[in-house]
Design a protein around this ligand. Structure first.
Ligand SMILES: *Cc1c(COP(=O)(O)O)cnc(C)c1O
Length: 357
């Protein structure tokens, strides 16, 4: 049993959820493990709301787009998004172990997988573009691929001399932590420097099993970072997110991004006003470890790329002094230095005259 039937068997579904499942245009499915974290009776359970469709998904909100980040336009070859000069995103599969209701790539997620030859074409593109140093492999969830297949994908990029960093975006430590085996960790370690970017959204997801998976990766020499999606009424609270970020840090997972929800179709009910994320960051700054505070990222609709927002602490600034306020609203003066020349005399000695890539 899987998909919508499993949801119905394990949860006391509300009328709205039942109708949401029937009308959903995007697969409803989760692993038995992740489903076991969902509250059987409370439709507001944050795990449950991430996997059970509601009728709100069928509504079309103002400004929503099928391809909210304009990725399809920045795809020089199928499955490869090249938006920033030095980084590319490769969509290795379109399937996931659990389908997040807030999926931004719902236009393609769950649809038939990558076309044959996509990997070869993507690797050839990166090989021909010497400015690319960072390859982010995502999907779908690349850890859904058998380890041998995943290794083949990653090696195709690792073998390119100018590629410095690999990243793997996966939700498996959250939805199926048992996928993180010793065999997988050893295979990923051989591809270093490789970062795993995972996706925890709520403290309820930080279980003993999830912790074991993250710690196995870190102990195995693989740095793990996390991206959280800000979800209205699921985690849009400084108490919930502060708790999540602190728990992540105790398993040596660095909170990297807090994502403002993209304007994908049918997700307006999960979107927060922009100022809410800024207010949450302001509440966290100074009250929890700076190591636990992510960047608040807004991926601009239509393909403008990511920008970050932060509370504004600058009150005024001129050549003589700056006035800043701290998180408690008190203002402080910062005297500017008299000398303003910031060029580094040793720079050209260190790098020589050639342009550093
Ligand atoms: C987010 C993203 C990246 C990676 O951006 P970082 O800020 O370096 O994490 C790369 N390519 C695309 C298309 C992205 O959306």
């Amino acid at each position: 049993m899987h998909g919508a039937q499993a949801l119905a068997a394990h949860l006391a579904l509300s009328e709205d959820e039942r109708e949401g499942i029937t009308r959903a245009s995007f697969p409803a499915s989760a692993t038995p493990y992740y489903l076991s974290l969902a509250d059987r009776d409370d439709p507001w359970c944050p795990v449950r709301r991430q996997i059970v469709p509601s009728t709100a998904e069928t509504r079309r909100g103002r400004g929503e787009l099928a391809d909210p980040l304009g990725e399809d336009r920045d795809m020089p070859v199928p499955g490869l998004v090249h938006r920033y000069p030095d980084r590319v995103l490769f969509l290795a599969t379109s399937r996931c172990s659990a389908y997040c209701r807030h999926c931004t790539r719902r236009r393609r997620t769950g649809a038939p997988g990558a076309s044959a030859g996509a990997l070869e074409r993507a690797a050839a593109y990166v090989r021909a573009h010497r400015e690319v140093r960072d390859v982010l492999v995502s999907g779908g969830d690349p850890l859904l691929l058998p380890t041998a297949h995943l290794t083949r994908v990653l090696r195709a990029f690792r073998s390119i001399p100018h590629v410095e960093i690999l990243r793997v975006g996966t939700r498996m430590p959250v939805t199926n932590p048992f996928r993180v085996t010793g065999e997988l960790v050893a295979a990923l370690r051989r591809l270093a420097p490789l970062f795993v970017i995972t996706h925890f959204n709520h403290p309820k997801e930080v279980t003993a099993q999830a912790r074991a998976a993250c710690e196995a990766l870190v102990d195995g020499g693989i740095p793990v970072e996390n991206q959280t999606v800000l979800l209205r009424r699921l985690n849009s609270s400084s108490r919930i997110l502060g708790d999540l970020f602190r728990r992540l840090l105790t398993m040596r997972v660095r909170p990297y991004y807090l994502h403002q929800m993209d304007v994908a179709q049918g997700l307006e009910h999960l979107r927060t006003p922009l100022e809410e994320g800024v207010a949450i960051l302001a509440a966290l700054r100074g009250t929890i470890s700076g190591l636990a505070i992510p960047h608040l990222a807004v991926d601009l609709p239509g393909g403008g790329g990511k920008v970050t927002l932060q509370p504004d602490y600058l009150v005024s600034l001129d050549a003589r002094q700056a006035v800043l306020r701290n998180g408690r609203g008190k203002t402080y003066r910062y005297p500017q230095p008299v000398e303003r020349d910031c060029s580094c005399p040793y720079e050209s000695t260190f790098y020589g005259s050639s342009e550093v890539r």
